[in-house]
Design a binder for this molecule. Structure first.
Ligand code: LLP
Length: 416
């Protein structure tokens, strides 16, 4: 569900015509709908109503500070994976008490930073990391709250690059090892065990993998109980998928109900770390057609946004719907490769896709780009990163200005 829709043949974000944003801010530009973001947060929150819970938005999905400020106002916590993300959350006015910190390679500086700001807990991903956190906490005279990221060896049936919950992945620790680690924490005076965490992967579009993981976590938590390990939190990670094309992922309500049902009697606070399901369909990348080109039997539609702006098609072969900003009266279609200006053949948005017949100068909305769009963008080919705009009802705000050529060299020249 999102608030990008046609009105009298023109594509709008909420009540603002996208053509107006393109004209005033330029293209390419990421456009987000505040109403959609808020709705997704509320729906997710309501889905967990029957159990004590904390929603920790996964900052990596979209980390613009102005968007994080909205999340602070809506009361969410934050799932972070770096010191930089912690800095963003705090700068946005977020409270460290609602921050959880995952990642297999946290540095000593990042651990210290998180301890100094007193985050809710660390999601620990190895025994070596547990020792590191303990020694840093001891040196600083602090107590680190931790949960262990359990790897339940469940196939999330998603793209291999975004699967994380199987033995072959670098994430978390196997259940038997995790059990031993919990026992070992008894000897670690500067560590307080508060929970268990599990994140299976991303863009998961069926309940099966979640149900399987919940069943093994349940069993695992009961075993911990018998070991006298008392927990407060069960952090079930993120991963709920969205519809990019024909997928029909479970709704947040179905997902929330399943999580609540499987965990209710454990008496724990449920933490969830949704990213994509909150931000994905709340944003688009707005691009302009530069040129058309035929090569043999191929037709190319060359647009002004490249793989540096949106890398998902190149990296995961992912599908993004392409909507013309001016709804075509005749609805004439043509089959094209939609490509950008970057000097790589991986620089495509869609291949052999039937899209509306567009001419140079016309605008194209690359849908479902609100998560892992801008946050994965780069300056490759010395392309300034694009602007970001947040629409609220009838108004919009530039929440990140377009980079300039000066911005490209600023950090390099200051070294002289
Ligand atoms: N928690 C942890 C520990 C994670 O690693 C992730 C995502 C999330 C939560 C949020 O997952 P979500 O609810 O968004 O599925 N760049 C890829 C996605 C990478 C996901 C990385 N971790 C993409 O564009 O599809």
């Amino acid at each position: 569900m999102h608030y990008f829709q046609y009105q009298a043949g023109e594509l709008y974000c909420e009540e603002v015509p996208l053509a107006r944003i393109a004209q005033e801010v330029g293209t390419p530009v990421y456009v987000y709908s505040e109403r959609t973001l808020e709705r997704h947060v509320r729906v997710f929150d309501e889905a967990l109503q029957s159990v004590p819970h904390l929603i920790c938005y996964a900052v990596k999905a979209n980390s613009n500070i102005n968007i994080l400020r909205r999340f602070v106002a809506w009361g969410t916590g934050f799932d972070i994976v770096s010191g930089g993300e912690l800095f963003r959350v705090l700068r946005a006015g977020g409270s460290a008490e609602k921050v959880i910190f995952a990642g297999v390679g946290k540095t000593s500086d990042e651990i210290r930073y998180a301890l100094d700001t007193n985050i809710l807990f660390f999601n620990v991903e190895s025994s070596a990391e547990l020792e590191l956190i303990h020694s840093i906490a001891r040196d600083g005279g602090k107590k680190a709250r931790i949960s262990i990221r359990a790897n339940p060896d469940v196939d999330p049936r998603t793209h291999p690059y975004i699967s994380t919950g199987m033995q072959k992945h670098k994430f978390g620790v196997s259940l038997p090892e995790a059990r031993a680690l919990y026992r070992n924490t008894r000897g670690l005076s500067n560590v307080e065990v508060v929970g268990v965490q599990c994140h299976l992967g991303s863009q998961i579009t069926e309940m099966g993998p979640f149900e399987e993981a919940l069943a093994s976590l349940r069993q695992f938590i009961l075993e911990l109980k018998s070991d006298d390990v008392a927990l407060k939190y069960l952090d079930f990670g993120g991963g709920l998928g969205i519809s990019y094309s024909t997928e029909e992922p479970p709704s947040p309500a179905v997902y929330g109900e399943t999580v609540a049902r499987a965990t209710k009697d454990l008496g724990l606070t449920i933490v969830l770390e949704p990213g994509r399901v909150i931000a994905g369909n709340a944003g688009i990348l707005l691009a302009r057609v530069l040129l058309k080109k035929n090569q043999g039997t191929k037709k190319f539609l060359i647009v002004d946004s490249g793989m540096n702006d949106l890398i998902r098609p190149a990296l995961y072969g992912s599908h993004h719907q392409l909507w013309p900003v001016r709804e075509q009266a005749g609805k004439q279609l043509e089959t094209v490769d939609v490509v950008g200006p970057v000097c790589e053949s991986a620089d495509f948005i869609a291949k052999d896709r039937e899209v509306a017949l567009l001419e140079p100068g016309e605008l194209l909305a690359i849908m479902s780009a609100g998560a892992y769009g801008f946050s994965l963008s780069s300056n490759y080919n010395s392309r300034p990163r694009v602007a970001e705009v947040l629409v609220t009802g009838k108004t919009y705000q530039v929440i990140r200005r377009r980079e300039t050529y000066e911005d490209l060299v600023r950090l390099e020249e200051s070294q002289n």
